[in-house]
Design a protein around this ligand. Sequence first.
Ligand SMILES: [Zn+2]
Length: 325
Amino acid sequence: MRRWLPALAALALASCASTIEPGKVAELPGAVALGDATWLVPGGFEPGRSPDGNSVILRGTAGAVLIDTGRHASHSEAVDRALGALDMPLAAIVNTHWHLDHVSGNLPLKTAHPDVRVYGTSAIDGALAGFLATSAEASRKALAAGQIPAAAVPDVKGDLETIGRGPELRPDIVVDTPHDIVFAGRALSLRIAHRAATERDLWIYDVAARRAIVGDLVTLPVPFLDTACPEGWLEALGDVARSGAKQVVPGHGPVMDRHGFARWRTAFGDFIACARGSGALESCSAGWVAGAAEWIGSDGARAKAMADYYGELIRSKKLDGYCRA
Ligand SMILES: [Zn+2]
């Protein structure tokens, strides 16, 4: 069953709002406590392996809310272990965007929690017919031609399997416009970014905690620009900055306070401006690595190589199609 969330339904849900009971469970296995009955299950990005996005668990009075589900089984299993320690029903999964490192875990987690409802934007519909279909086709050809390095084959096959079940990744409840909503007693504000990391991203503002959970509007070790409109992304970062958040939870990388987020945003803006300019691309990627050095740490060589790739993607205007309506 799939439906659009009408404003009235959101209001009705909001009317059963109640306060969060703090401190019932402080520690969840494999998760980092962020305070305010909120936990981060960090996504990994080991060399030679595709990334998992961060997942965030929030406890309401009557159930849990999960934001993003990762790519690999190891990640969704870690999420499920943490959920198990809460010992309450999983009421909702909210997907920030359709990238496979954020939605693949929907499949096992929906099996484990059959009553859960998935919320997300309808942008996945276009992706299933476009980007994901095209990349699956390219992956199948590369696999058949033996062009995938042996270490990457399990990830490629896993993604193909997930794309094969694409329709099951679609949200049960489509949220294409901003909504204040209460999931199992937990009040959250769902915000929409147009033409940012994808055609339509969803980010979550927890008003009570002053925490923004922004999916791939903030990523490390580089901005993952594969399906992005750089200028729309910059606009979305402005919205996050104006939200009043004192803490920002990225889609990849560690939690930031508002000053850290401001520094990341500056480094991102400088990288985009540089790549849109006419100077050497080399200086753009070097500038990114310097601007984000506090998070990149010893991962500089890989970050530099990835920033080279994304700089070229911007300069070649290949991303401009994502900026058109
Ligand atoms: Zn991601």
